[in-house]
Design a protein around this ligand. Structure first.
Ligand code: RFL
Ligand code: PHB
Length: 391
């Protein structure tokens, strides 16, 4: 059993854990990141694609934005497609000066890993049996196995950045956290295809066959999502069926055609909303998906993870500099204010755009009425736009 010491032990090398480690390093604070998966796996995992302006500013401002600025696609609007017509939500008019950037989560992860390793940072991949102890005292310790040996990492604080299925949240004694959650009666089938996007901007399409989203990753790579059953077996979706369904749900306006290409990746994700309160237990601070998740319709999860760790970095930097605890004490409440705004927005976008089977005709008309309202009232469209680009 080897013993090492660091200032902040971080569990999870997703966007939250890596960005926390990187931001702490810039403030002169040492950390070790422990990741259950391989480097190759985390760098290939296809997930989010939409970065809010604030997230872009954080990445660029901390020196990891070179590739993001060169390769990211800046978008000034999205399209809502329903009832046989497309309606553009024009950010440049509704929220001047604010935009979103399309840049894959795995590219953010690659950039952050490269920056940590170049700065001599420690990111350990393929660790197993991670366990937390001493969270309620002043001496937390993380035990884990790596390369066939057992290790103990002593630290002043633990960053619980290990996602929704991680172990950090479960390390909190029963009764301390309150959970809030909602499951949706559908999931998303995500597809990455080697074909130029058929649209310059994202299309959120609401149809009687279900929801579809046309997104992208680059001028050569398109990303699509189809609303499916939450437990849908991907084996039921050969590529031809995927393209036929995407065409049926997206080619709903006159003359618009979907370009097809080879499918590079596909998979099904269930959708849920979840919040754990508070986001702290003693010396453990939960951040990102470990503390809260949202359905991806609002494109918010990664952005929220980035927000959490900027708040946490400031709080930890103040503590290490002067012993000031006020930032740490305020961490959970500061994050949860934003978390709940995003919870509402993501639930609302999901409810507005999906088909809930069996269809309740009354609810369907309410949905349609709200879509019409969002697309005809500047006030309603501004509300969507400011939440989408990030408050
Ligand atoms: P992650 O990315 O899940 O990373 C957690 C890491 O912890 C590791 N881990 C452990 N490590 C050590 N020991 C253990 N016991 C461990 N248990 C787990 C895991 O292997 C993993 O590497 O959480 P993080 O960092 O909080 O980041 C959150 C984001 O990944 C997530 O919110 C977004 O992907 C959500 N999301 C979107 N967010 C956006 O902001 N914009 C989007 O456009 C967007 N689109 C999406 C999305 C999520 C999706 N899926 C697949 C859920 C689209 C989809 C389809
Ligand atoms: C994506 O490109 O992966 C994406 C875009 C918009 C969303 C969710 C995911 O709302």
């Amino acid at each position: 059993m080897t013993h090492t010491r660091t200032q902040v032990g971080i569990v999870g090398a997703g966007p939250a854990g890596l960005l926390l480690s990187h931001l702490l390093h810039l403030r002169g604070i040492e950390s070790v990141v422990l990741e259950a998966r391989s480097r190759d796996y985390v760098e290939r995992r296809v997930r989010a694609g939409v970065l809010e302006q604030r997230t872009v500013d954080t990445l660029v401002g901390s020196g990891v934005g070179q590739r993001l600025l060169a390769e990211g696609l800046v978008h000034h609007g999205i399209e809502l497609r329903f009832g046989g017509a497309g309606h553009r939500i024009a950010f440049e008019q509704l929220v001047p000066g604010r935009a979103i950037t399309i840049y894959g989560q795995q590219e953010v992860v690659k950039d952050l890993i490269a920056a940590r390793l170049a700065a001599g940072g420690q990111v350990l991949f393929d660790v197993t049996d991670v366990r937390l102890a001493g969270l309620d005292g002043g001496q937390p310790a993380i035990t884990f196995s790596h390369d066939g040996a057992e290790h103990v990492l002593d630290c002043a604080f633990v960053g619980g950045c290990d996602g929704f299925h991680g172990i950090c949240r479960d390390a909190v004694p029963d009764g301390v956290l309150t959970f809030f959650d909602r499951e949706y009666p559908f999931g998303w089938l995500g597809v990455l295809a080697e074909v130029a996007p058929s649209s310059a901007e994202l299309i959120y399409s609401c149809t009687d066959r279900g929801f579809a989203l046309h997104s992208m990753r680059s001028p050569q790579l398109s990303r699509f999502y189809l609303q499916v059953a939450p437990d849908e077996d991907i084996e039921n979706w050969p590529d031809e069926r995927i393209w036929a369904e995407l065409r049926a749900r997206l080619e709903t306006v006159g003359g618009w055609q979907l370009a097809q290409g080879p499918v590079a990746e596909k998979g099904v994700t269930a959708m849920r909303s979840f919040v754990a309160e508070p986001m702290r237990y003693g010396r453990l601070f939960l951040a990102g998906d470990a503390a809260h998740i949202v359905p991806p319709t609002g494109a918010k999860g990664l952005n929220l993870a980035a927000f959490d760790v900027t708040v946490l970095t400031d709080a930890l930097a103040a503590w290490f500099a002067t012993g000031d605890e006020s930032g740490l004490d305020a961490y959970s409440a500061t994050c949860l204010r934003r978390v709940w705004r995003v919870q509402h927005f993501s639930w609302w976008m999901t409810t507005l755009l999906h088909t809930f089977w069996p269809v309740d005709p009354y609810e369907r008309r309410l949905q349609r009425s709200y879509l019409d309202y969002v697309c005809s009232s500047t006030a309603a469209a501004t509300s969507l736009a400011e939440n989408y680009v990030g408050l």
